[in-house]
Write a protein that binds this ligand. Structure first.
Ligand SMILES: *[C@@H]1O[C@H](CO)[C@@H](O)[C@H](O)[C@H]1NC(C)=O
Ligand SMILES: *[C@@H]1O[C@H](CO)[C@@H](O)[C@H](O)[C@H]1NC(C)=O
Ligand SMILES: *[C@@H]1O[C@H](CO)[C@@H](O)[C@H](O)[C@H]1NC(C)=O
Ligand SMILES: *[C@@H]1O[C@H](CO)[C@@H](O)[C@H](O)[C@H]1NC(C)=O
Ligand SMILES: *[C@@H]1O[C@H](CO)[C@@H](O)[C@H](O)[C@H]1NC(C)=O
Ligand SMILES: *[C@@H]1O[C@H](CO)[C@@H](O)[C@H](O)[C@H]1NC(C)=O
Ligand SMILES: *[C@@H]1O[C@H](CO)[C@@H](O)[C@H](O)[C@H]1NC(C)=O
Length: 318
């Protein structure tokens, strides 16, 4: 033990927040309430695989899912005791070894799999590279639960002067769990927004309004799961480490000012030479949408200094 200890034992005081990077070891029986921001939670109370899974689903998200090498080694570095076996969210289905989120097993870190064993544990005491062991699902072992996971990346779909739209993909794991996103957006001040996810769509898109122009915002998006403890009827809040991004609102709508001048064809012919001058004047004083009626007219003319023509009759955007 020792060097990678990341341990919190048993009862968390109601308001206590535990900000470990990776894992919390919940050593006994009854979970109290609190707020944790851990991805993996080691539960040291031996149970059969299915019971352990039920426990994880009612207190966290599910049994631990390790989709990548990186996740496998991250979990190893957080193992709190090097002599135990921990159930993972990996079992054998007719189509092969599957994680509980439906993904196929891609890791090759088997110590051994026998033909009877349909549930997989992580053997803390085995060699680094080969810690997966298929066991009979009825054996009782400690287990690792999976906490919520924030989006891998967030994309900025739209930005204007006071408004932006963001979206992100929702992993298979999070699609099966009712959760919400805590979005903290910091410009001059920070504001906290929350967006529920309550359908099974694989994309979340949100809209943030009332922003200031030309302002750089730091945005933190984190997944939050709340469980109600049946016995104590207290809330158990799990918040994943946030995904961070930066986005800037545009300076002003000036670049989208629409100029239009209504005039009749006859006066247009006479005025062509003076268009450049009109353009200059209009441009100088324009901070807003500008419209000018030169005479009782019939045409809206594209007003571009270097190219004036009657053939292109439409609004112009500078
Ligand atoms: C692991 O070691 C700890 C003491 O270091 C002991 O209390 C515990 O019972 C051991 N667990 C197993 C499964 O051997
Ligand atoms: C969501 O997933 C799709 C395809 O899997 C990908 O093209 C897109 O870039 C992803 N979006 C984000 C915000 O990661
Ligand atoms: C949302 O996140 C902020 C910090 O990022 C935190 O202070 C706040 O408590 C969170 N709110 C909830 C309801 O989780
Ligand atoms: C999700 O639930 C909230 C309230 O719980 C509701 O306002 C929102 O419309 C729901 N969204 C969807 C997509 O069902
Ligand atoms: C789920 O919610 C998203 C956005 O919140 C929405 O775009 C999508 O249409 C919804 N899907 C269903 C099936 O309600
Ligand atoms: C934006 O601000 C206005 C006035 O301050 C307020 O009435 C409105 O509800 C706000 N809209 C949002 C989406 O916060
Ligand atoms: C900027 O343009 C958008 C539409 O493109 C509009 O919704 C918004 O109100 C405009 N803002 C100002 C300050 O004119």
């Amino acid at each position: 033990m020792g060097k990678h200890m990341n341990t919190a034992v048993c009862m968390f005081p109601n308001e206590m927040q535990i900000h470990q990077q990776l894992a919390v070891l919940v050593v006994c029986c009854s979970l109290a309430t609190g707020q944790i921001s851990s991805r993996y939670i080691f539960i040291q109370e031996p149970m059969p695989w299915a019971k352990g899974r039920e426990y994880c689903q009612s207190h966290f998200v599910d049994l631990a899912v390790l989709s990548t090498e990186k996740e496998y080694f991250a979990l190893l570095s957080a193992i709190p005791m090097n002599n135990a076996s921990f159930w993972l969210g990996l079992h054998k289905e007719s189509s092969g070894w599957k994680w509980t989120n439906g993904e196929q097993l891609r890791l090759t870190h088997w110590y051994n799999y026998n033909h009877e064993g349909h549930c997989v544990s992580l053997e803390a005491m085995f060699e680094e590279d080969d810690k997966l062991l298929a066991r009979s699902c009825n054996e009782q072992h400690s287990f690792v639960c999976q906490g919520p996971v924030s989006p891998q990346s967030v994309s900025v779909d739209f930005v204007n002067i006071d408004h932006m739209k963001l979206s992100w993909n929702i992993s298979a794991l999070m699609q099966t769990t009712s959760h919400y996103y805590n979005v903290t957006i910091c410009g001059f001040i920070c504001e906290m927004l929350s967006y529920p996810y309550n359908n099974s769509s694989s994309l979340m898109s949100i809209s943030i309004s009332n922003l200031s122009a030309a302002t750089e915002y730091f945005i933190y998006v984190s997944a939050v799961v709340i469980h109600l403890d049946q016995e104590t009827s207290r809330k158990w809040i799990l918040q994943a480490n946030p995904t961070m991004l930066k986005a800037k609102t545009v300076t002003s709508n000036k670049t989208h000012i629409i100029f239009f001048i209504v005039l009749d064809l006859f006066s247009l012919v006479l005025m062509v030479s003076s268009f450049w001058y009109i353009y200059q004047v209009v441009k100088k004083k324009s901070t807003e949408r500008v419209g000018g009626r030169l005479s009782a007219g019939s045409a809206i003319v594209e007003l571009i200094p270097h190219r004036i023509g009657l053939e292109k009759l439409e609004n112009v955007i500078f």
